[in-house]
Design a protein around this ligand. Structure first.
Ligand SMILES: Nc1ncnc2c1ncn2[C@@H]1O[C@H](COP(=O)(O)OP(=O)(O)OP(=O)(O)O)[C@@H](O)[C@H]1O
Length: 714
């Protein structure tokens, strides 16, 4: 729990902790963020020492000492009075990896042990392999072992008339529908295609079906393997597509996840996790010729591989892309479709020899966002209904008519394309309504402020700032007005917006005051279950229906929040259904989150980031984003791998928001300040860059024993 408990600390360590907390609490959030950034940059650099400017206050000095301790670094102050300065050193193991002398100790992390365990459960070594004979003599004894062929990956035998019957009509009006033919024809002419689509455009549910319809349309059969980063999305998307096709999961569309599968040989589309397909591909590059042959047969049966959410850069998908790139020339019949959000599309395309990129605009219902300062003021105004448009401007009902929206779209496009600003200025000035001046272009998410910042229209930027425009808004590429000004080198516009944002972290002085007071009483890096409970209560009082999804970092926080809720009126099961969603719970339990609660019962889901991508829980209206997630990382200086709680990236925050607007308009409450939101990193660092180098090398050798590690990583 994030609140400071009334209980007094015990012992010297507790005293030091309390002092540290006091130092941190007394400091502004801006200063904490600034110091953390300086320390993180230093740790990532080659420099061995960083000296802070002597102007640090005592509290700031105390905070630097505390943060260094937490990050495994050493800090020392020297000198007196105004000349007293504070230096930070990396610890005894200060040399960066690669600069160490002598051989490093090679051990397995818990993660690597788990992967090996998994691997050997699926492909147990025989006696010959255990004795090392198989490696010496790959051709003889091992060749007699019959590797069980996984029929889930085999192509179904089907007749032309069966196929014709199955082809349905276009299923949806999703933005991707107009790209159906383009996707099919591009795939006809290229082995690899990248589809870069904004969230909700329909790529996950539609692309496999477009390919199926196209291939069946030619009277041919196919086997389409779609990978997902997580079990829950593999399972739920397979279910969803089956519903769309009026079938049961396991017929045309199936899934195969660890310890569970539906469908198999006769299914034309199989969803699986990245890990499951990776294991099949590993077989192709093993030392055992029989296993190689079995894997080869499996790959020969697959006509298409779709790798979804590649921008997440988890280790399995990165490894898989590396392997697939090498395999493709050997299997010319095999087509690869890469699917990603609009992040780094060019980079992925370059990796696959400049494969064509199809860009698809997104579709989500409008999602209203609140930040911590808004939440605090909503909670303070006990009597007001914060969802009622009549009491304030925070309601869901839009004053924007469809005509007004299309005029705004047109005005924004015109201003961007041909520097014609009159229409946009006119539309904004008719009514000084936040919904209008904060309007986001329906396809690109660009706001009027972004247009003026990008074009250097200083007067118009100032006008919008004086209206109280939301500077934190981001377009669908994740760029804010400030980013646009910087990118286009509009120095004055950049400085005006930056200054405005620095001076007004909250909308109103009262909100700013509330925020300061709140941050002085809690540790923003801890989950405040009291705040979550109060906000849930407020949502349930101010609205009659709509499921609520709460993003928390891990199992412990889920349990603590759950316990807190079940110790209050949320325990009443005739009114509330509190569910937990975590990767470790069985899939039968995970599936419960998709079921609608009985009428009059409010569903509240406490989840980790597994519900963040490729998952649609269709009755979610409210999302609470704690801003925190668990992240594996490796500290080369202390030589330890950790699973620690960190701040989410902006990309994560956008995905979380998006979960509220999948099937109806929604609201997302970010439980961190606007200032914090603006300081979040753009993306998470790819997982393979956060692994210990020994583990990375082992994984590479596991995947391809014959390859040179350096070549593979290049
Ligand atoms: N299980 C479901 N129930 C109801 N509607 C759904 C379901 N799954 C998908 N949809 C609808 O289809 C839309 C597209 O979903 P899809 O998963 O294909 O999008 P996407 O482009 O892959 O987005 P993302 O990358 O955010 O997952 C959703 O926004 C939602 O409106």
């Amino acid at each position: 729990m994030g609140r400071k408990g009334p209980k007094g600390p015990k012992g010297a360590k507790a005293n030091a902790d309390a002092l540290t907390k006091a130092a941190l609490a007394a400091m502004s959030e801006e200063t904490t963020v600034r110091i953390t950034t300086v320390l993180e940059d230093f740790r990532a650099s080659d420099a061995q020492v960083h000296t802070f400017e002597p102007s640090l206050t005592n509290q700031e000095r105390a905070a630097v000492h505390a943060m260094c301790k937490k990050m495994g670094m050493i800090s020392k102050s020297k000198g007196y009075g105004e000349r007293r300065c504070l230096s930070v050193y990396k610890t005894k193991n200060t040399q960066a990896p690669g600069k160490e002398e002598g051989p490093s100790k090679l051990g397995f992390s818990e993660e690597a042990r788990q992967i090996l365990l998994d691997l050997f459960t699926h492909y147990p070594p025989d006696d010959a392999e255990l004795n090392g004979d198989a490696v010496k003599n790959p051709g003889d004894k091992a060749a007699k072992i019959r590797w069980k062929t996984d029929t889930a990956f085999s192509r179904p035998a089907m007749q032309k008339h069966d196929i014709a019957k199955k082809i349905g009509e276009d299923r949806s009006k999703l933005p991707i529908a107009s790209f159906k033919d383009h996707i099919s024809s591009t795939l006809e002419n290229h082995q690899v295609v990248l589809i870069s689509g904004e969230t909700g455009c329909g790529k996950t549910t539609q692309v496999p079906q477009y390919i199926l319809d196209h291939v069946w349309g030619k009277g041919e059969s196919c086997k389409i393997i779609c990978t997902q980063p997580r079990r829950i999305s593999a399972m739920s998307v397979a279910e969803r597509i089956s519903v769309e096709r009026g079938e049961t999961v396991g017929d045309t569309v199936g899934y195969k996840i660890r310890l569970e599968s539906k469908g198999g040989k006769n299914s034309s589309i199989i969803f699986c996790t990245n890990g499951v397909l990776l294991r099949v591909l590993i077989g192709r590059v093993t030392n055992s010729s029989n296993r190689q042959r079995a894997a080869d047969d499996v790959i020969m049966g697959i006509t298409h591989i779709i790798v979804d959410e590649i921008h997440e850069r988890d280790r399995f998908s990165d490894f898989m892309l590396a392997i697939l790139r090498d395999l493709l020339p050997m299997y010319p019949h095999l087509h690869l479709v890469l699917m990603s959000a609009t992040i780094d599309a060019e980079r992925f395309s370059q990796y696959f020899n400049g494969c064509p990129v199809i860009r698809v605009p997104g579709h989500t219902y409008p999602v209203k966002t609140f930040y911590l300062e808004d939440v605090l003021s909503i909670l303070q105004s006990v009597g007001d209904n914060h969802l009622n448009p009549e009491t304030n401007d925070l309601g869901l009902d839009s004053v924007l008519t469809d005509d007004y929206k299309s005029s705004m779209d047109e005005a924004i496009s015109m201003a961007l394309a041909s520097d014609e600003f009159d229409l946009l200025i006119e539309l904004i000035s008719i009514e000084q309504n936040p919904e209008i001046f904060n309007y986001q272009h329906s396809e690109t998410g660009v706001t009027p402020l972004m247009v003026f910042a990008r074009k250097g229209q200083l007067g118009d930027v100032c006008m919008l700032l004086s209206f109280g425009v939301d500077c934190s808004a981001r377009d669908h590429d994740g760029k804010s007005a400030l980013d646009w000004a910087q990118q286009e080198n509009q120095v004055e516009a950049y400085e005006v917006i930056k200054k405005h944002m620095d001076c007004s972290p909250a909308k109103l002085p009262e909100e700013n005051e509330l925020l300061k007071k709140y941050l002085a009483t809690i540790n923003p890096e801890h989950i405040d279950t009291v705040l979550i409970e109060r906000l849930l209560r407020k949502i349930c009082t101010d609205s009659n229906e709509g499921a609520i999804l709460v993003f928390l970092p891990g199992w412990e926080d889920i349990n603590q929040t759950r316990e807190r809720l079940l110790a209050s009126s949320f325990r009443d099961s005739s009114k509330f259904l509190v569910l937990s969603l975590h990767s470790m719970i069985p899939s039968s339990e995970q599936k419960k989150v998709f079921k609608r609660a009985p009428a009059g019962v409010r569903k509240i889901i406490l989840s980790t980031n597994i519900a963040e991508t490729a998952v649609t829980i269709d009755d979610i209206v409210f999302v609470l984003d704690s801003g925190r997630m668990k992240e594996k990382s490796y500290d080369p200086y202390n030589n330890v791998s950790t699973l620690h709680t960190s701040w989410v990236s902006r990309a994560n925050a956008r995905q979380r928001e998006g979960r509220a607007g999948r099937c109806q308009p929604g609201i997302c409450y970010h439980l961190y300040s606007r200032f914090r939101a603006a300081s979040l990193p753009e993306f998470q660092i790819p997982e393979i860059k956060r692994m210990p180098i020994e583990e990375l090398c082992l994984q590479v050798k596991l995947l391809d024993p014959n390859s040179k590690i350096a070549d593979f990583l290049n």
